[in-house]
Every structure is written in C-alpha cells, then in structure tokens.
Design a protein around this ligand. Sequence first.
Ligand SMILES: *Cc1c(COP(=O)(O)O)cnc(C)c1O
Length: 247
Amino acid sequence: MSPNHPQGGLQARWQAVRERVDAACRAAGRDPAEVGILPVSKTFPVEVIREAVSFGLRRFGENKVQEIKAKYEPLADCAIDWIMIGHLQTNKVKEVARLVSEVQSLDRMELAEALHKRLQIEGRVLDVLVQVKTSTEETKYGLPADELPGFLDALRSFDTLRVRGLMTLAVNSEDESRVRTCFRMLRELRDQAMASGHDVPRLSMGMSGDFALAIAEGATEVRIGTAIFGERAYPDSYYWPEKPNPV
Ligand SMILES: *Cc1c(COP(=O)(O)O)cnc(C)c1O
C-alpha cells in the first residue's frame, strides 16, 4: 500500500500517519512529543474537516485565503485554528488578519508591513513563521536565505507579529540527499538566528512524501495533506503554484 493512497477511514489514516511520524522520530533518536503534525485540509470540504474535529484535530493548514474564508463560517462552532501556509498576496491581508491564527508563509517585507497595519486595526497579534527558500531554482516563493538575518532584525519593529520560527518547502526530488540538504539548511539558519538572539525555535518542514527526512534534520512540525486526507482532486499546479517542480 502506497502511503499516498491511504486506506480506511479518516481517523485510521490520521492514526497511521501519527505512527509513521513517531517511528521517524525514534529512528532519528528524537522524542515523538517534539514533533507536531499540521493536517493540511486544502481542497477538502467542510464535512471532512468536521469529521477530523470530531476525533480531536483543531489546527488545519490551508494555502488559499479564499478557501479559509469559505470554510470559516460553516465551521465556526468548531473553534478551529486556521494556519496559512500558502503564498499570500498583500491585498488579502484584511481577511488574514481577521480569520487566521498563524501565518507560516511570511516571505517579504511588503507583506509584513501590510499584515502589521491590518493587525493593528484588528487589535490582534499573530504567530508567524518566515518561509525561506532553501532550494536554488525550483520554488517560486520564500525569502532568500542570505536575507534572513536582516529580515528577522527588521521584524522586531512589528509588535503585531510574533515570529516563532522558520518554514520551507524542500526541492521536489527523488534524490534524498538533495531534499535533506534543504531541511538541514533551514535548521542551520534557525540555529544561527537563535544564536543571534531571535526566539525562533520552530521548524515547519516536511510533507507527505518527505517528512521522515525533515524529522531527521530537526523538524518541529510536519505539514501533512495527502497521507491523511487522500489524493486531491485538482492537480497541485491548479491551486498551489508555489510547489516546487520535480527535478
Ligand atoms: C499542500 C501543502 C502541503 C501538504 O502536502 P502533501 O504532499 O499533500 O502532504 C504542505 N505544505 C504546503 C505549503 C502545502 O501547500
């Protein structure tokens, strides 16, 4: 059985993923309690998310603001934390400031400024992760790694943005060493940032196909869609332009 064609009900698949994540932790000599799973519910309907809520999930990753907006009201009774993990256009910050609990795709100053302005109006503070580009040409989005120190310093002046760590998408490759290099780079950037006084312990890295490598390199949370919810109906390119192309 391919891990990306999971069998059984949603709760069984969730448990199977949790077990695979725990096994990857033990293989890496890490405590499974150190690694969270962010279920990525994009393209899946509210009934499926409601079922996941019924067995205890409360945080869901989405990569489009429009989709969070559409799901927010029908699921308002579920007290969900919506986590924005996709490329964010500056003209969408109004909805983000109102509906989202955390942004993992903060990748440029223009976006930080726009979010800060809007969050001041809403009177809210948001947890954010800085998305860093760790592969050379394959991903469209993410802050260039050499700009990270300056970016983190500059973010200190935005008191509405609580920077908690870093996020990345690895190169999409069969070559495990190339994938691992991306994850290792993010961990090293995190370690350097911590050494210069930034409180950014979190590393959001790893998806259905590469989470074991991410865990081996220090991920504190993995973002899992397909292995929990099943294959998505649309090709990734349709709604996820930032996904790395296979190389
Ligand atoms: C969709 C998505 C994921 C999950 O990908 P799967 O391969 O389905 O696990 C992870 N991160 C981001 C940014 C995504 O958009």
